[in-house]
Ligand binder design. Sequence first.
Ligand SMILES: [Zn+2]
Length: 168
Amino acid sequence: MVSFKTRVHLGDFFSCFNVYRKTRKMETPNKYSAGKIYRITSSNGFPPYIGSTVDSLPSRLRRHRRTRDCSSLLHLDEPDCDIELIEYFPCTSREALLWRERAHIEQSICCNQLIPIREQHERRMIHSLCNQATVVCGCGAHCSSRNMARHRRSHSHLRAMGSAQCVV
Ligand SMILES: [Zn+2]
């Protein structure tokens, strides 16, 4: 029979072991240490496509050929289509890699149509520019597109349009 003292020690051992196992599980290798920026080119005259990946370049090119979902499509069917390394960029997160890709896209002439990483303030700015655009309503009133829905329910609009929906 196992003595009380031994059982306590076994308990300690297993709790230590569990902590060790959990720690090991959390230490998954950082795939972004294999981060790289690449370009896809061909001699068809279109500017290169710039992208980032943690895969090998040949396998990334195969995936582009399979999905055909971005502007790299311009080059994929050319016989001399090629993928080249621009730089290795080991980092710790997808976001860091995308920021680097974005820097390359902004600094060079390329065929990319989507810019990776739009920050909250950029989205807000684009949204507010769209909303501020002035629109002329059917009743002749000028109104920002943001306020258009409210304007269409207003008495002035309904009266001007002679709508029966105008209830005082
Ligand atoms: Zn109106």
